[in-house]
Design a protein around this ligand. Structure first.
Ligand code: AMP
Length: 278
């Protein structure tokens, strides 16, 4: 595995790829969720590139940019063992100039749910993803795939839209959510949770399980499902419970095969999100 900290070196190394490139952008503190993306890319690509970059433009004032978990040494080991070819670890100075043009999240999909709770977050996220996609595929590989987790469902929807709207030659591959044995969706931020808070955090996935059971019993009304989920979310400062279709339009009734149920909230100071695709 080659660790790269300069754009020139990245261009040099990616030029060698004759077939496909699989790319996994991350913010580090890697866990099994990230690893599942890497494994899938490894199966499907000649060259696997992982980036680790804690992107400042997607953090809002007062969020955890400065304290975001950093595990550089462990991350390097994980990538090496997973068969990553290139680990790209740029600095902020390398990625950003002054007075850059900005990408804005779209008006409808970008300004609900996470777009409201974290206004401006998606603009920064789209900006960095666009830059990274352009960098990694600079030499226009035969096939270029980028892997994203369904855990960040709205992010995935917006990136898919950006790629379409800006005619970017990449296949976006959605990957399933990886959970701990007790149901908690893996997240780099889970390490902020105390033992007690971790138990409280389980109600997020429990509420989604409850929702699924209701759908299995043919309860399709969004308001009824939300009501039941809310009751399950004890000790969580709920930010939103939402039922949307795969285009991220809120729905009043479940559409089987086309619905995502999402929940976001805080456990203590830690903000967590989770969802299920129905
Ligand atoms: P992050 O490092 O949090 O920016 O995440 C990098 C990528 O890993 C994103 O595409 C996430 O959606 C994905 N990811 C994070 N947690 C999980 C998880 N538990 N299961 C699957 N993918 C995940």
């Amino acid at each position: 595995m080659i660790i790269i900290n300069s754009i020139e070196e990245l261009y040099y190394e990616t030029k060698k790829a004759k077939g496909s490139i699989g790319f996994i952008p991350t913010m580090g503190a890697l866990h099994e969720g990230h690893l599942s993306l890497i494994r899938q890319a490894r199966k499907e690509s000649e060259l696997v590139v992982v980036s680790i970059f804690v992107n400042p433009t997607q953090f809002l004032e007062g969020e955890d940019l400065d304290s975001y978990p950093k595990k550089e040494k462990a991350d390097r080991k994980i990538c090496e063992l997973a068969g990553v070819d290139i680990l790209f670890m740029p600095t902020v100075e390398m990625m950003y100039g002054k007075d850059e043009l900005r990408i804005s999240a779209p008006a409808i999909r970008g300004f609900i749910l996470e777009g409201t709770s974290r206004a401006g977050h998606f603009d920064g996220m789209l900006q960095i993803v666009m830059k990274l996609l352009n960098l990694i595929a600079y030499h226009q590989p035969k096939k270029f795939r980028a892997y994203f987790g369904k855990k960040d469902a709205q992010q995935l929807a917006l990136i898919t839209q950006m790629v379409k709207d800006y005619f970017i030659n990449v296949e976006i591959v959605p990957c399933n959510i990886v959970r701990d044995g007790d149901g908690l969706a893996l997240s780099s931020r889970n390490i902020y949770l105390s033992k007690e808070q971790r138990v409280h955090a389980l109600s997020l996935s429990r509420s989604l399980k409850k929702a699924t059971k209701m759908v299995i019993k043919k309860e399709f009304e969004s308001s009824k499902i939300k009501e039941k989920m809310e009751k399950e979310l004890t000790y969580i400062e709920v930010e939103y419970i939402a039922l949307v279709n795969r285009q991220f339009v809120p729905i009043k009734h479940i559409e089987l095969g086309n619905t995502i149920i999402l929940v976001a909230g805080k456990v203590g100071k830690t903000r967590l999100i989770d969802n299920i695709w129905i």
